[in-house]
Design a protein around this ligand. Structure first.
Ligand SMILES: [Zn+2]
Ligand SMILES: [Zn+2]
Length: 257
């Protein structure tokens, strides 16, 4: 519930805010100047995977092995700057922090997508251990904010986790193992015939879970699936280079292109 301006202003005086990431007293802001995410870099980015490229519109890796998504967009690289935010998001889970990240995302997604470009916007389901720790789905909070920009006609929970025994992806250090861990971990029960979908996640680490979610949405009939994340880790590129060397997995992904 939104408080009337008068009350929220007086609450600000009574309880001056401090930065959600570093605790620095800020007065009125939830993030201090140092912790506020930088303006995303959108120059010289690959049209398909949004990685920095000097190789033209489509990067060399996408020419050989494109990701199955119609488009991939993210705001920040998972560098030290963004890592600090995510560390707090993980160990001191705050609904407010994700709400603010969602508000910041909304400012930028309107430059990426057209109004009503998607029939549906949906969040990546959290791992069981992540949900237990945070008590909320961080991506769901992000899409609540992003949905206000009207880039999608409807917001819906399309994906469900299927097995409790699967480990959270972050617990698996061997990135090659991440693919087998993500096999059949999601299910979709709705008919998505011909739908254009925007899938939202907080961080793209290897992309293995996102590809697993992609397959299920595709099986349910979706026509196009695009992916939006707050940040992308450098592993995402390394992982794809590694997949290129592993033909078995390579072909599995190609099948959906
Ligand atoms: Zn701070
Ligand atoms: Zn690319």
């Amino acid at each position: 519930m939104e408080l009337p301006a008068f009350f929220s202003n007086s609450l600000d005086i009574l309880f001056p805010k401090s930065c959600l990431v570093c605790n620095w007293p800020t007065g009125k802001e939830y993030l201090c100047k140092k912790c506020k995410p930088k303006i995303p870099d959108t120059i010289n980015k690959c049209k398909k995977c949004f990685s920095k490229t000097s190789e033209g519109k489509i990067c060399n890796l996408c020419k050989i092995m494109p990701l199955p998504f119609k488009s991939v967009k993210f705001l920040w690289n998972y560098d030290d700057h963004f890592r600090a935010i995510l560390k707090v998001a993980k160990y001191k889970p705050s609904y407010k922090l994700f709400q603010i990240l969602g508000e910041i995302s909304s400012i930028h997604v309107i430059n990426f997508y057209k109004k009503n470009e998607f029939d549906l916007i949906t969040a990546m389901p959290p791992s069981f251990s992540g949900l237990k720790r945070r008590k909320f789905n961080q991506s769901e909070i992000l899409i609540k904010e992003i949905f206000k920009t009207k880039i999608a006609k409807k917001r819906d929970e399309l994906l469900k986790r299927t097995s409790k025994n699967k480990k959270a992806q972050v617990e698996i250090k061997d990135h090659r193992m991440r693919f087998s861990n993500t096999k059949n971990i999601f299910s979709v029960t709705k008919n998505l015939d011909g739908k254009n979908i925007l899938l939202v996640d907080d961080v793209l680490t290897t992309g293995a879970s996102a590809i697993s979610a992609f397959k299920e949405l595709k099986k349910a009939g979706a026509q196009n699936i695009s992916l939006f994340t707050l940040a992308q880790s450098t592993f995402a590129i390394q992982f794809r280079q590694m997949l290129k060397a592993n033909d078995g997995i390579n072909q599995k992904i190609r099948k959906f292109n």
